[in-house]
Design a protein around this ligand. Structure first.
Ligand SMILES: Cc1cc2nc3c(=O)[nH]c(=O)nc-3n(C[C@H](O)[C@H](O)[C@H](O)COP(=O)(O)O)c2cc1C
Length: 387
């Protein structure tokens, strides 16, 4: 299958996989797609370990790296100490989060220490570690560097250009897409509101053609990957008929054998329908789509505090949800009810645990079948016209 992105990245099938799990990233690249490691929760030292492993398990196939350096975040481009940042979290938010856990029979006395301790995500979001992360990336043959939540910062562009790496960016509106294209990104990932994780409000079905059309109108020639809600090859084919050059998927990997997803959350995802997700600010401070649970319901309830701006809200949610995950794995019923993770509406299409290789094969088979259905329709029209 020859297409510009398959040629640019020397891959067989233009299916790009976002994952925080190295096993998924490597398996996608080995099976003809392109795996991209999400590194926002890693220190530079941890990133080296992950990239070492990926480089050793991809049989020379290409892979990418994803960071999140938003255009705006508390503590970005300003000097706020870690202690001051932690102190910016109002007591009321901590008490509310604690009360959710306590209502499910969970002791919260040890969460304060965790909140002060794990600031890796915060430092990455603030851009404090971007150069250190890029120095690590330089040791490996990373083929694509992606930024989310804003135009990649100048150091990312400079690094990528100096190392011959393509730059990608996620966008949720047509204006974001035009800004990113003008800033010089090489690949646009148009992520609709169905997507897992951070997403805008426009649906993929509208966003993809809107972005493709606007790029053409403005003579901006940047390939587009469609993201958000895509979990089958038929959907990928549909996106490509609308002008995308491939698909970028995050959710579909979460129920694979290789995924990092905890067994409790994986089971909940397999049972979930497309209606069981919520787009809410309560996890990170910016709208992100996640599996509905007693935790997300509590934050959506009347009287819940307004989520804090990024990255403060994560200091409230992450320690609590880490504890929930641990207890859920031990069979704690309240923790099972609270357990959640980012996932998109495609969760309704993820009905069984499969290997990454089987998901890749399913995508390719469905893609060809979708092509066959359209071709058969056109042949039927042609036959009718010639009768
Ligand atoms: C568990 C999870 C974590 C995510 N984390 C990030 C992230 O760190 N950086 C990023 O650029 N996108 C992240 N995303 C969004 C994906 O890159 C992608 O846009 C989205 O998953 C596509 O929609 P889909 O989930 O319907 O496949 C995440 C998505 C999920 C499901």
């Amino acid at each position: 299958m020859k297409h510009s992105l398959t040629e640019t990245f020397d891959i067989e099938f233009p299916l790009f996989a976002f994952s925080h799990c190295r096993d998924v990233v490597a398996a996608v690249s080995r099976n003809g797609g392109f795996g991209v490691l999400g590194a926002v929760e890693l220190t530079p030292e941890e990133l080296r370990v992950e990239l070492d492993w990926i480089a050793a398990h991809t049989n020379g196939r290409p892979f990418g790296l994803d960071l999140i350096v938003p255009n705006a975040a508390i503590g970005k481009d300003e000097s706020i100490s870690d202690a001051d940042l932690v102190n910016m979290v109002p007591d009321g938010h901590i008490e509310f989060a604690d009360s959710i856990l306590e209502s499910q029979g969970i002791d919260t006395s040890d969460l304060v220490a965790d909140r002060n301790y794990d600031l890796t995500f915060t430092h990455n979001i603030q851009g404090q570690k971007t150069n250190a992360m890029l120095e690590v990336a330089a040791e490996y043959s990373v083929a694509l560097l992606v930024n989310a939540l804003g135009v990649p910062p100048p150091n990312m562009f400079e690094f990528a250009r100096a190392h011959g790496i393509k730059v990608g960016a996620l966008v949720g509106t047509v204006n974001h897409a035009l800004n990113q294209a003008r800033a010089g990104v090489d690949v646009l990932i148009a992520a609709g509101g169905e997507a897992g994780g951070h997403c805008g409000a426009v649906s993929t079905m509208v966003l993809v053609p809107e972005v493709c059309r606007a790029l053409k109108q403005h003579n901006l020639s940047v390939p587009v990957l469609a993201a958000g809600g895509i979990a089958t090859g038929e959907q990928m084919a549909a996106a490509m008929t609308m002008g995308a050059e491939g698909a970028w998927c995050g959710s579909v990997w979460l129920t694979t054998v290789e995924a990092e997803t905890t067994p409790t959350v994986k089971r909940k995802m397999i049972e979930a329908t497309a209606s069981d997700t919520v787009r809410a600010k309560s996890r990170t401070g910016k709208p992100s789509r996640q599996l509905r649970s007693a935790w997300t319901d509590a934050w959506e309830s009347t009287g819940a505090p307004e989520p804090l701006p990024m990255p403060l809200q994560s200091l409230v949610s992450e320690p609590a949800l880490r504890k929930v995950d641990k207890l859920a794995e031990g069979g704690h019923g309240g923790a099972e009810a609270l357990a959640t993770y980012w996932v998109g509406q495609a969760v309704g299409l993820m009905n069984a645990e499969q290997s990454v290789a089987d998901v890749m094969l399913g995508f390719k088979t469905d893609f060809i079948e979708a092509h066959g259905r359209i071709s058969a329709f056109i042949e039927g029209v042609d036959d009718a016209a010639s009768e």
